[in-house]
Design a protein around this ligand. Structure first.
Ligand code: SF4
Length: 410
């Protein structure tokens, strides 16, 4: 039974808080400003077609839940043709089982593929690229995607092996997988989870897997938030189905999964992320790329505009929220353009030290990390970028256990 939920009581994220002070227009010429406005209007027109509905289903039978959502949405009527090139873009940021809270459950891919094939769509592929420092192919094996590909004759592609097309958005240059750009219909399959640098990750940030490793690194040197929002101007999925079954609400690498037993489906990735942030108890100030994406015309960040359609009721009315341990441990770090894998390993090391009662050992100290430290000297630093640190781990990326060992020996 489809039951609309009143969104009046939802905490408002409001519209973009930067009205009249668009940073993208700050340092450019009048001609560029006109181009920007024209481009923004074009993007806004595309966005205006995106439905403001967000469908939710609760339960444990992930494959059937997926199919029920697609049936309720009538996916077969939305795809332009039976020959359309359809790409499924999961989250395989690291090679870890979905039960850890890091990656997309394989049952979701299975449910979508079965649904599409039953409706006569056979040009389907799975496309993903793990973060810098991990292997996508290992991820395909660990999550069982390789067996699904074989079972349904669906090819798997690693964007790390692809050719790239250089694109520009908001003055940011980026190399994007050609295979992704060639798709006719893209289904984004992010995990709703915490993130040690951006607070949370879901639909918008999942598009990073479509970039070359070089661009992933460059995004970090540009502060991550603006590039993520800009990327979504170019690579904008047609549909997003969020795995919120058991994401780790604090950490993108997983390890502390929290059972929330739900899937969400919607067309507008900004609205999906704004709603995901609301579910995790974040404000728009906590997840900067959401209002930025709205400002760039990618979608609508005001969840008061969302029509929430719950296909069933949750077993429990309790809403799980993050412990914010990553935020707490950030006070020991001094990041400057740090890559996700590097920073996550540092937070991981600090968490293990905290669990072992060792954190007091480094109280008051700051650990340098990131590309911004290249060639600079410092007391403590981790990663090859901090090679001049007095105490450090000169690897790219350094492992959590190596970082922990170095910190314990200080
Ligand atoms: S050492 Fe530098 S380049 Fe390598 S992962 Fe860490 S921050 Fe990125």
């Amino acid at each position: 039974m489809v039951k609309p939920v009143d969104t009046k009581d939802l905490k408002s994220f409001g519209h973009c808080g930067h009205a009249g002070s668009n940073p993208a227009l700050g340092k450019i010429s009048v001609d560029q400003k006109i181009n920007f406005i024209l481009k923004r209007k074009k993007t806004m027109r595309d966005v205006s077609k995106a439905s403001k509905e967000i469908r939710i289903i609760y339960g444990k039978d992930i494959c059937n839940m997926t199919k029920k959502l697609l049936e309720s949405y009538k996916l077969e009527e939305k795809i332009p043709s039976r020959d359309a090139k359809i790409g499924l873009k999961p989250n395989l940021v690291v090679a870890a089982r979905p039960e850890t809270g890091a990656t997309t459950h394989s049952e979701i891919l299975e449910g979508i593929i079965e649904y599409l094939q039953d409706h006569g769509f056979n040009n389907i592929s799975i496309i993903e690229g793990a973060w810098v420092g991990d292997s996508t192919k290992r991820g395909f094996r660990v999550t069982g995607y390789d067996r699904i590909g074989e079972k349904y004759s669906v090819p798997l592609y690693d964007t790390k092996d692809d050719r790239y097309v250089t694109k520009n958005a908001e003055g940011i240059s980026m190399e994007i997988s050609k295979r992704v750009l060639d798709l006719d219909y893209m289904i984004n399959l992010p995990v709703l989870k915490g993130h040690c640098q951006t607070s949370m990750t879901c639909a918008l940030k999942n598009m990073k897997g479509c970039l070359s490793d070089r661009s992933k690194r460059a995004f970090h040197s540009l502060g991550l938030m603006r590039p993520i929002a800009a990327l979504n101007e170019i690579v904008r999925p047609d549909l997003t189905l969020v795995d919120s079954i058991s994401g780790d609400l604090d950490f993108e690498e997983g390890g502390n999964p929290v059972e929330t037993g739900r899937l969400l489906l919607g067309e507008d990735p900004v609205l999906i992320d704004a709603y995901g942030a609301y579910l995790l108890g974040f404000s728009q100030d906590d997840v900067e790329y959401i209002p930025l994406a709205e400002e760039f015309g990618v979608g609508d960040a005001d969840i008061n505009n969302a029509k929430i359609i719950a296909l069933n009721e949750p077993e429990s009315s309790e809403n799980a929220i993050p412990t914010h341990f990553a935020k707490r441990l950030r006070e020991y770090t001094a990041p400057d353009s740090a890559c996700s894998c590097c920073y996550a390993n540092l937070i991981h090391a600090l968490k293990r030290m905290e669990d072992n009662g060792m954190l007091s050992h480094i109280r008051g100290k700051k650990i340098a990390i990131g590309q911004g430290y290249k060639g600079k000297e410092m007391e403590i630093g981790v990663g090859a970028c901090c090679a001049k640190a007095k105490h450090g781990v000169v690897k790219c990326p350094p492992s959590a256990s190596d970082i922990m060992k170095m910190l314990e020996e200080l």
